[in-house]
Design a protein. Structure first.
Length: 294
């Protein structure tokens, strides 16, 4: 049974500040990342968070598909860096050595996409109506933005910081018209975060709004399979710009459709996760959650 088969994300994921499953998972991830040398036990983690070990195990395993002990391997980045540095092991091999990744699939989201014309991008969204809504997700509050052509934006926020995420996204297309429409965005949120609805028969339609260079980078991101990672220099080579690693990194950071266009699978040359527009903890969470889907 897959994670999606026994989780109803619309009811199980609690995103309120008073009782957030994501906040609990976030704290556990941060603790495991910082204290990996101590290899903290479930009992130690639960005591620090003021929760019972049984409840913590239940919440974390339901969310990630992995126990906290197994997830420790997925987020102990310093340990991974030791493997990469001392043994010269590539990131994917190091991840497998740590027990990170399950078997990949041909394409996890079965995305079909189209790029808006350069003229539409230069117009900064003028004449474009973008509908948006906030929805629960495995990674906190998700801001979903859609046009009549498909999913145009996906961002994340911690509870109480939704206005900041909205301001960040609307600044990308300042001339567009924005309409709050939870009903229009809800089906997209369901499609994105429920793996049982990832189907090649009904592909998720995504519209990408950016420069020609950005679009080429984002299209390469779509080709990274679940459970794998590539470096910025790899992407630069793929788009025929081998010296443009830094520019590729900037384009990855400007990806407006996070998770679906998997910029979280792009890493630095050394294998380090480097930055992520919505926070490194969330990037680690996404990689770990994907490992649980294998």
């Amino acid at each position: 049974m897959t994670l999606a088969q026994h989780i109803d994300l619309s009811t199980t994921i609690d995103i309120t500040p008073e009782g957030s499953d994501y906040d609990t998972v976030r704290q556990v991830i941060e603790m495991l990342t910082l204290d990996y040398r101590e290899q903290p036990s479930l009992e130690t983690i639960a005591a620090r968070l003021g929760q019972s070990p049984t409840q913590l195990q239940k919440v974390f395993t339901r969310w990630a598909g992995l126990s906290p002990k197994a997830f420790l391997q997925a987020v102990t980045l310093d340990h991974a860096k030791r493997l990469l540095g001392a043994e010269g092991m590539p990131l994917l091999e190091a991840s497998l050595e740590l027990g990170l990744s399950g078997p990949g699939r041909l394409h996890d989201l079965f995305v079909t996409h189209e790029a808006m014309s350069p003229g539409e991008w230069k117009a900064k969204g003028e004449g474009l109506t973008i509908r948006y809504g906030f929805h629960p997700s495995p990674f906190g509050v998700a801001l979903v933005m859609v046009t009549d052509r498909g999913l145009a934006g996906l961002a994340f926020a911690d509870p109480g910081r939704e206005p900041e995420a909205l301001a960040d996204m609307t600044s990308r297309w300042p001339a567009a018209t924005y309409v709050a429409d939870q009903e229009a965005t809800a089906p997209y949120a369901t499609r994105v975060f429920d793996p049982s609805q990832w189907s090649c028969d009904q592909p998720l339609r995504v519209v990408m709004i950016g420069t020609d260079f950005q679009l080429r980078v984002w299209e390469q991101l779509l080709r990274i399979p679940l459970g794998k990672a590539v470096t910025y220099s790899d992407i630069a080579m793929k788009i025929g710009q081998p010296t443009a690693s830094r520019a590729v990194g900037a384009a990855v950071g400007r990806n407006p459709v996070s998770f679906v266009v998997p910029c979280h699978r792009a890493v630095g040359k050394s294998g380090a996760l480097t930055g992520y527009h919505w926070g490194l903890t969330r990037k680690r969470a996404m990689l770990g959650w994907e490992a649980g889907q294998g």
